[in-house]
Design a protein around this ligand. Structure first.
Ligand code: DAH
Length: 354
């Protein structure tokens, strides 16, 4: 057996990766025997080198290859041993993992943000505990104005110095906050919770509204009508949504309009679309010049429109629920039925203008 054969057989016999590494150092390391052999070449005569050189190089190559092959084989064996012992039995039944769902109100808020984002609207927010001025005064609802009686207000203690605070009765104060904070042109929607002392099948003390506000130059009722039509068609995902604007009164808009949508009866249910009858869905109008001036803007330069809409009602109409109180009971069976799965929430695939 040549020296090289001996080395190769020791490599072949190595029991594990540590042993292979030790052999590598022993033969190929700086002081390794094969490495040392290479160094002898320098001292040989050219003739010796001619015959010995190729042998030594071939031996080194053989040792290198053998070590690499042995390492591979041992690693492969190690992996196979692990796969054999760590095998998972995928057929075993597992405990059911409880799964949450998206509340219809959250779902509708997401849909609104999506639709209005397509129209260039940002989402704005404001506090739920509001002062009297933002909730009423700036919106042209002075003290003793009958409009205050329209909204049964919850009052909460103020800071002890000023007037009591209110739980905002609508999302309209976000209009004021936006106009005071940002420079026009403005396009926002403000979805959020609002509070009124009221409770029956269609009213709960807390509910949700979305406010819309556009402030720009030369804005007129046509812009309002187009925006609402585009929004409602995209939201209900039907082209046959028909709008009717009825003259109305809100202190913060002039002129004001209540907006109805046409419904039709499908399997004993009223659904939005068609024109068998009308139902009211929102309030709107051109922002009152006084409101614009209250926010420090010149009403001769800036005009705009606004609208306010109940989100819970939109959800009921679109997804077919008829008792508003169930929205806030926290009954898991209701949520499982009407909620949306987090991972495959149906989004408005069509978007606006598709
Ligand atoms: N704030 C009104 C309410 O809660 C709804 C509303 C009507 C908002 C007309 C508006 C609007 O911005 O223009 O009843």
């Amino acid at each position: 057996m040549t020296d090289t054969d001996q080395i190769l057989s020791r490599i072949a016999d190595a029991a594990d990766l540590d042993a292979v590494e030790a052999l590598r150092v022993e033969f190929l390391g700086k002081q390794g025997s094969v490495t040392q052999l290479l160094k002898t070449l320098g001292k040989m005569t050219p003739d010796e080198r001619k015959t010995e050189g190729p042998k030594i190089h071939a031996a080194r190559q053989a040792v290198q290859d053998a070590i690499a092959a042995k390492k591979d084989a041992l690693e492969q064996a190690q992996l196979e041993a692990r796969l054999a012992t760590e095998k998972q039995d995928l057929s075993l039944p597992i405990d059911e993992i409880p799964q949450g769902s998206i509340h219809p109100v959250s779902q509708v808020m997401d849909e609104l943000a999506e639709i209005f984002a397509d129209l260039g609207f940002a989402v704005a927010e404001g506090p739920e505990i509001e002062d009297d001025w933002h909730n009423f005064g700036a919106l042209n609802i002075p003290e003793a104005h009958p409009a205050r009686a329209m909204q049964d207000t919850f009052y909460v203690d103020g800071d002890g110095e000023g007037a009591p605070m209110v739980l905002r009765t609508h999302t309209s104060p976000v209009q004021i906050r936006t106009m005071m904070k940002d420079k026009p042109p403005l396009r926002i929607i403000a979805p959020g919770r609002v509070y009124r002392s009221d409770s029956d099948a269609t009213h709960t003390p807390m509910f949700h509204q979305v406010e819309g506000l556009v402030i720009d130059k030369n804005i007129h009722l046509g812009h309002l009508k187009w925006t609402l039509e585009t929004f409602l068609k995209a939201f209900f995902e039907r082209d046959d949504v028909v709008l009717r604007m009825r003259p109305s009164y809100f202190p913060f808009t002039e002129p004001s309009a209540e907006v109805d949508v046409g419904w039709s009866e499908v399997k004993g249910r009223r659904v939005v679309g068609g024109q068998e009858g009308w139902m009211e869905v929102l309030g709107s109008g051109m922002v009152h010049p006084k409101v614009i001036a209250n926010c420090g803007l010149d009403p001769d330069e800036w005009q705009g429109f606004a609208f306010g809409c109940g989100i819970d009602r939109l959800a009921m109409l679109k997804y077919g629920m008829d008792d508003l109180r169930a929205f806030f009971d926290g009954d898991l069976r209701w949520l499982r039925h009407y909620g949306f799965r987090a991972l495959d929430v149906p989004t408005l695939s069509a978007g606006v203008g598709a």
